[in-house]
Ligand binder design. Structure first.
Ligand SMILES: Nc1ncnc2c1ncn2[C@@H]1O[C@H](COP(=O)(O)OP(=O)(O)O)[C@@H](O)[C@H]1O
Ligand SMILES: Nc1ccn([C@H]2C[C@H](O)[C@@H](COP(=O)(O)OP(=O)(O)O)O2)c(=O)n1
Length: 667
């Protein structure tokens, strides 16, 4: 996950390969609740691991459910058997509507029957998302529920009551279908004295989500009778029965970004394959595929996979009632930028009460890209874009805003070439923590469009430290090019190849078997991270790196680190030889005395013995050799900025480089 302040997406122009979708959020949280309420154990496979499911799991654990991961990756839930194991508590449900509404309903009826008292709250935005219609329905059933903040909104206290069934329960269906889902999931708990009938008032929105609820209830042995979309009956004596094992299908809303990507950027002979959902999906958002087809996507489908490529280009503009695909429809608003006329998405009033006011958010951010947008209470009209502007997209703590705007980075397909900045990219953790990694796994950019920052300079100037911090702040890959020369030197030491045998050392460099994994380096399958830092290895690296053939042998490997979304590379010749087009080149220096001191501290802290004056002598000798060799000598590139950090802290150096970087960005 990118936990950076922002993530810059370079212009991208193609997509190919296979995408494995994370589990469906809607199915995961419903299954967790059903498994938590029923008797006995249920094993859930392929469950989504995200903020919203973590919130649900934490709440169920607090209520006394045992939830344990299994060796095979499944999660074993031991249910409460329809009774309260814990009679009171305070539950925090973040911004997860799929946890807030159904848990409130279940706890309200259980508290009323068994005398419980629970306080339920969430993040600030959750306290702006309406719940009054659900509370009214539950009060109608005899549950006592108090508002702890504003009338009609969480936080709530579920404080007992006296359940009387017999009277029909009424619930509004035109604000959020989650109210009805919440009741359907909870009311089997009170069906022991008779059937429970729910009447829906107003036009029920998002019907497909109700179908998921009914489908999953059925898997837990509860057969709800449905009369049209107005009347639902939970039969008398309904009891949740564990199906034993359940598999969660991939998230159809998450699939929408990749279906759209295929329609924009995948060639018919190499379609983008999406695994996890397909023709057999029970999720309503799978119908996004039809909308994408209407815009021009070419789609092949199997039971649990899709293959998507570009058909019509530019995409065909749409005028569509999106009530059946409220979440995935946001993706259409960004696809509309690539269409042949204005696209209108209608019947989307529910966008206004989601993670943020999504109509307002989409309109504001699309305009930043340069688009003409009209918005109303329940529609949005988006015009195609020809003059794309680089934009910093605000994401409003809304995962879907972040994910759908990533598609705007494919603007080279519409004749532009501008980067897109996504602010607070970690908001995708709500449903798809690895969204951007997955995107970069299948998206293609021209190599020249992938940004590089180079940091060159003498030994112990702090290049490695600075490069690593800058890469972390930007979410970029890191190339410690010195480690490649050090690994070559270590290989030469181990195989007794003399440092002056240029041919022999170059052969070793060509055949290096290196693996980089989260700041660890393996040589021939063995972790050599610490060994590479030895001073004798550094000195030998300086000697072998003077050979032109050794440098040539390591060139391709270094270039291969330039991958989406960007790279920070440190060494001696990053800015002069390997990445001469880098957008920012830093030449980092510090006085020899300061560097000797730093290296001394660093070695002592790692348990190596060292003497400052020897170190200083060695590093000066090494600088002299690195500077005077004929092959790629260490020197500042002509367009490099110099930074002497003798008197700067690490943090100050990092901030300086980030400030230079920001100055060079178009946002
Ligand atoms: N600006 C700085 N101020 C103080 N110490 C620093 C600074 N930059 C780096 N150091 C420290 O100096 C040592 C050498 O830094 P390193 O990044 O390994 O240098 P290089 O990669 O240039 O050889 C490390 O222990 C690091 O924490
Ligand atoms: N891009 C590079 C990186 C390192 N080298 C050589 C020269 C250096 O003395 C050795 C070791 O580099 P490294 O960056 O690991 O050394 P320091 O951490 O600065 O001591 O490799 C090089 O020639 N070109």
């Amino acid at each position: 996950m990118y936990a950076t302040e922002f993530l810059d997406l370079p212009p991208m122009h193609a997509a190919a390969g296979t995408v494995q979708l994370p589990g469906s959020k809607s199915i995961s949280n419903r299954l967790l609740l059903l498994a938590g309420l029923c008797q006995g154990q249920t094993v859930l496979h392929d469950l989504l691991d995200s903020d919203d499911t973590r919130v649900m799991i934490a709440a169920l654990r607090q209520l006394g459910c045992a939830i344990e991961p299994r060796q095979d990756g499944g999660l074993r839930v031991t249910g409460l058997g329809g009774r309260l194991a814990v009679k009171q508590g305070q539950l925090f449900l973040g911004n997860a509507g799929t946890a807030m509404r159904p848990l409130c309903a279940a706890l309200a009826v259980l508290s009323a029957r068994e005398g419980g008292s629970f306080e339920v709250s969430g993040v600030a935005r959750m306290h702006e998302r309406p719940i009054g219609d659900l509370v009214d329905a539950l009060r109608g059933l005899g549950c006592r529920i108090d508002y702890l903040g504003h009338e009609g909104y969480p936080p709530l206290r579920l404080a007992g009551g006296n359940v009387h069934i017999g009277a029909q329960i009424r619930v509004r269906g035109d604000v959020s279908s989650q109210f009805l889902t919440a009741l359907l999931l909870a009311l089997p708990l009170v069906s022991d004295h008779g059937a429970v009938v729910i009447e829906v008032e107003g036009e029920l929105i998002s019907k497909p989500y109700i179908e998921i609820t009914l489908n999953l209830l059925q898997r837990f042995g509860i057969q709800v009778e449905r009369n049209g979309w107005r009347r639902f009956t939970v039969p008398a004596g309904s009891v949740y029965r564990s199906p034993g094992q359940v598999h969660v299908e991939g998230d159809a809303s998450s699939a929408s970004y990749f279906v759209a990507l295929g329609a924009l950027a995948a060639q018919p002979e190499a379609p983008l394959r999406i695994e996890g959902v397909g023709a057999d999906s029970i999720q309503g958002d799978i119908r996004f595929v039809e909308a994408a087809e209407a815009m021009g996507a070419q789609v092949k489908r199997g039971p649990n996979w899709l293959e998507v490529s570009r058909g019509r280009w530019p995409l065909r503009a749409l005028d569509l009632d999106c009530n059946h695909i409220p979440d995935a429809a946001m993706t259409l608003a960004v696809m509309a930028l690539y269409a042949d006329g204005p696209t209108t998405l209608r019947n989307i009033a529910s966008w206004r009460v989601k993670e943020t006011d999504r109509i307002a958010a989409m309109a504001a951010e699309l305009r930043k890209l340069g688009a003409e947008v009209r918005e109303g209470d329940d529609f949005i009209e988006v015009h195609p874009l020809s003059a794309w502007q680089p934009a910093a997209i605000k994401t409003y703590d809304d995962h879907r805003v972040a994910m759908c705007f990533s598609l705007a980075a494919f603007n080279p397909l519409a004749g532009a070439s501008v980067p897109v900045r996504i602010l607070d990219p970690k908001c995708v953790a709500k449903t798809f923590p690895d969204y951007f990694e997955t995107l970069f796994g299948c998206a293609r950019a021209h190599v020249d469009d992938i940004p590089v920052i180079t940091i060159d300079g003498p030994t112990a100037s702090g290049k490695g430290t600075l490069a690593s911090e800058v890469a972390k702040a930007l979410g970029y890959h890191l190339l410690d090019s010195g480690s490649l020369y050090r690994a070559t030197a270590l290989a030469a030491l181990r195989q007794s190849v003399p440092a002056d045998d240029e041919e022999g050392v170059a052969r070793l460099a060509t055949a290096l078997s290196l693996r980089f994994d989260d700041h660890r380096i393996e040589l021939d399958g063995q972790d050599v991270t610490e060994e590479l830092r030895r001073e004798d290895v550094g000195l030998l690296a300086s000697r072998v790196s003077a050979h032109a053939r050794v440098r040539d042998a390591l060139r391709e490997l270094q270039l291969s680190f330039r991958r989406l979304p960007g790279l920070v590379a440190d060494g001696r010749d990053m800015g002069t030889v390997i990445f001469p087009q880098a957008a920012l080149k830093v030449f980092l220096t510090a006085s020899a005395a300061t560097r000797a001191e730093r290296r001394h501290k660093q070695l002592i802290s790692k348990g190596f013995s060292a003497n400052i004056s020897d170190l200083r002598q060695d590093l000066e000798a090494r600088d002299a050799r690195d500077r005077s060799r004929s092959a790629a000598p260490m020197k500042p590139a002509e367009d490099a900025v110099s930074l002497d950090n003798s008197a700067l802290s690490i943090e100050e150096s990092v901030q300086q480089v980030l400030a230079w970087w920001k100055q060079r960005q178009p946002f």
